[in-house]
Design a protein around this ligand. Sequence first.
Ligand SMILES: Cc1cc2nc3c(=O)[nH]c(=O)nc-3n(C[C@H](O)[C@H](O)[C@H](O)COP(=O)(O)O)c2cc1C
Length: 203
Amino acid sequence: MNTTSESSKISPDSTPNVSIAVIFHSNYGHTKRVAEAIVQGAHQQLPEAQAKAVDIHDIDWDYLDQADLLVFGSAVYMGSVTAEFKTFMDETSKRWYNRTWEGKWAAAFANSGGLSGDKLAVLQQISLYAMQHGMNWIGLPLMPTGHEAHDLNRLSSFLGLMTQSLDGPPEETPGKGDIDTAIWFGDHLAKTIIKHQPADSKR
Ligand SMILES: Cc1cc2nc3c(=O)[nH]c(=O)nc-3n(C[C@H](O)[C@H](O)[C@H](O)COP(=O)(O)O)c2cc1C
């Protein structure tokens, strides 16, 4: 399965000077597995230090504040982000007031047990949150290759990434198609912010 969003690594005229934080909440490890796959995809374009997964229980706020793109991800609880993820959102209200994150890029993913599981509500909740911060949204422009377990974007989600975890350890579920989609998403996100990197910030 091709997990690069175009055929290969893009070739900017200088080293990309952009960074990505993938902020997630995961109680049982499945959403964390997706966050790590997004980071893996971003590393197809960026050095290790420029794309990191950030657990909401262990936040490096300085890293978030300097990052060009914040990718937000939560497990779905009762058709919403988890209470812990909402606490994180509310903790950023001073940043909202000070417009600290205005102009940054934003994207989102949602993982849950149900095939739908109301993941769309979580992506919408996070996109509205990003709009409150004045951020610029990046979706998932990937046509589904089909709807089987191995397919890319099998859940046909375009606002952001949806993945499904069944009963089983995070190494087994979400399945290969969802994890490959997460890698593709990370690669696409990195390519997008590299492409739009301001000329005066290039190294
Ligand atoms: C309190 C609670 C509420 C849940 N609500 C939903 C839900 O609304 N939709 C759904 O598909 N799954 C729901 N689930 C299942 C979780 O989404 C699933 O177990 C979770 O995504 C696993 O992610 P994690 O391993 O990262 O914690 C719920 C689970 C719990 C414990």
